[in-house]
Design a protein around this ligand. Structure first.
Ligand code: GDP
Ligand code: MN
Length: 353
């Protein structure tokens, strides 16, 4: 797999009929951000970019989620960044709280063990809560129940090229359930026991008539760490490759499904969101690569995106992109960061090309 060049697969927008705003009603979708009051300016940066490349033409509603109430400054600044509707939503406390089965002493010891292993954010309790919330709770927020599709947006991300079609309709028309731009390896210590716990779930779960693992799933995406550099071995059989979830365009019904929820509850009961630092990205990616047809997962090759320090930059750049998103760019040139790219794993196992 080593050396597969994303540009080989990346020649601009996907082919086929693409829909422009004036031709159809909006899909049942929202632009979604879980964000803190202190990130108002960074959120506005992301909003202005996404409005410019896409939403000015469409006016999809924004939904902001927070574990504390949004303050007036956050509301004022974000309201000025869009003419679309905005909902400011508090997360139900029971969705955010550390579950009662988490032992504070074990938690404290685990945090320091991971800190010693160099795992980023391991001692920030709210980061663990955020990862757990995004893993399995968000689609049940009362304000999201009416929506099927979401586009997750984080503060301080950048979008560069114009997107002249509606990615929600793009998913809906093709029966796709999930879209990503960047796939990365994770820090193995943050998910050391995740894969064994997933295997325990698979062994314990009694499915209905349908097979538990989708016969068309891209399981190799999870297990092949063939070209991962030797100094960072995989995590107990999991390659650590995952769709980087600060960008997601997806169908919440997948995450609301009984199978996904049984999987999430099992992982949650095991304590790994707190005793390790399981991210929502590997948790989503593992489920998608086990329970979904790989044809239902889409690489948005044509969405030019940056979340520091990584880029997804398409070959065709219609907007000039202020020089930031040159075709094929993945990082600012840092060799160690370049090695974290595992999109080639996906191209291989999803049979793109
Ligand atoms: P990183 O991308 O992994 O470095 O993590 P971020 O700091 O960007 O956090 C991921 C997302 O969760 C961002 O959209 C943050 O605004 C949001 N987030 C993280 N922690 C909290 C929190 O405690 N409360 C709220 N409301 N949002 C949070
Ligand atoms: Mn971020």
């Amino acid at each position: 797999l080593k050396g597969i060049d994303p540009l080989l697969y990346n020649s601009g927008p996907p082919s086929g009929r693409l829909w422009y705003p004036q031709e159809r009603a909006l899909a049942n979708a929202t632009l979604l951000a879980l964000v803190r009051n202190s990130e108002a300016d960074a959120m506005v940066q992301s909003m202005l970019d996404l409005e410019r490349i896409f939403n000015l033409k469409f006016n999809y509603p924004w939904t902001f989620l927070n574990n504390v109430p949004f303050d007036e400054e956050f509301k004022r600044k974000t309201r000025a960044a869009t003419k679309a509707e905005i909902s400011y939503e508090l997360i139900p406390p029971e969705h955010w709280a550390v579950p009662s089965h988490i032992d504070p002493q074990v938690l404290n010891a685990s945090m320091h063990r991971l800190e010693d292993l160099g795992v980023q954010y391991s001692t920030a309790l709210s980061y663990h809560q955020m990862c757990r919330y995004n893993s399995g709770m968000f689609p049940f927020h009362p304000a999201l129940l009416k929506y099927k599709y979401y586009w997750r947006v984080e503060p301080n991300v950048h979008f560069y090229c114009d997107l002249p079609y509606d990615p929600f309709h793009f998913l809906a028309d093709r029966d796709l359930i999930y879209g990503f731009v960047i796939a990365l390896y994770d820090a193995p210590a943050s998910v050391a026991s995740l894969w064994p716990e997933v295997l325990r779930f698979l062994a314990s779960y009694t499915p209905g008539k349908a097979p538990l693992i989708n016969p068309n799933a891209a399981v190799g995406f999870l297990t092949d760490s063939h070209y991962r550099p030797l100094h960072t071995l995989n995590a107990s059989g999991y390659s650590t490759c995952h769709f980087w979830s600060n960008f997601e365009i997806g169908d919440m019904d997948f995450f609301r499904s009984p199978l996904y929820q049984a999987y999430f509850r099992h992982l949650d009961q095991s304590g790994g969101f707190f005793y390790e630092r399981w991210g929502d990205a590997p948790v989503h990616s593992i489920a998608l690569s086990l329970f979904a047809d790989k044809k239902g997962i889409h690489w948005f090759r044509d969405i030019a995106y940056e979340h520091i320090p990584y880029f997804n930059c398409p070959r065709v750049d219609s907007s000039g992109a202020e020089g930031r998103c040159q075709a094929g760019r993945f990082t600012n040139g840092d060799k160690t960061l370049e090695e974290e790219d595992c999109r080639a794993n996906w191209f291989h196992y999803a049979g793109i090309g």
